[in-house]
Write a protein that binds this ligand. Structure first.
Ligand code: COA
Length: 190
């Protein structure tokens, strides 16, 4: 990953004595605990996805995906979930389906990306990909600063997505019409 992860503020700190013992897959980043979601998380994962995406259904590249049924990582502040990434692995490709942080600019999104990136590498993936939309300027910056590159534009793809998911608004909160899908990928090595 690029410059952002090399900043000390994103350093993974494993703090031994003051914190509960880590179990496999858990990681403390700053004050946050990142860990894989498990069966006991399903209820809050469903409502988290619903509240951030307007429905449990995600539509990308014409496919309907139920994000809450996928593998994922969650970030907790104390006992409260403050971030969630869901993903799926097919062969050597790992695709991020949703990524959401409830407190932006505190390192939660970076912790989520790092968790899924490490998992994808451990599973032998060569690529970490995702789809976003033309209006999402902050996410486009966030991903590119973390090494993702734009690899495809699907003009007007959201028109078809709206037929599958009518909850997709016509305009984003920043006033930009939501029209196109953009595909980004990060090559994984080592
Ligand atoms: C995109 C998204 C997941 C990023 O999550 P985030 O929690 O804000 O991400 P981070 O806090 O790790 O990074 C955001 C910025 O805060 C900075 N930051 C991180 N930790 C920080 C800290 N402790 N102090 C100050 N700044 C910090 C980062 O350096 C980063 O800036 P940069 O991108 O210029 O490098 C989040 O904005 C989000 O949920 N957006 C809405 C949903 C969405 O659009 N999802 C993507 C759909 S494709």
């Amino acid at each position: 990953m690029n410059n952002a992860t090399s900043r000390t503020s994103h350093r993974t700190e494993i703090i031994g004595e003051a914190l509960p013992r880590l179990i496999e897959g858990e990681n403390f980043v700053n004050d946050f605990l990142a860990r894989p979601v498990n069966a006991s998380d399903r209820d809050w994962v469903k409502s988290f996805v619903r509240s951030h995406w307007g429905s449990e259904i995600i539509v990308a590249k014409g496919r309907v995906i139920r994000a809450a049924e996928l593998d994922g990582f969650a970030v907790f502040k104390g006992k409260n979930p403050v971030g969630l990434v869901t993903y799926r692995i097919e062969g050597r490709d790992c695709e991020i389906v949703t990524i959401d942080s409830t407190a932006q600019g505190e390192g939660i999104g970076t912790a989520l990306i790092d968790a899924v990136k490490e998992e994808a590498k451990a599973k032998g993936c060569r690529r970490l990909g995702l789809i976003t939309t033309n209006d999402n300027l902050s996410a486009l910056g966030f991903y590119q600063k973390r090494g993702f590159r734009l690899i495809a534009l699907y003009p007007n793809a959201i028109e078809a997505s709206r037929k599958l998911k009518p909850q997709i608004p016509m305009k984003a909160a920043n006033g930009i019409p939501i029209r196109d899908e953009l595909e980004l990928e990060l090559e994984l090595s080592g």
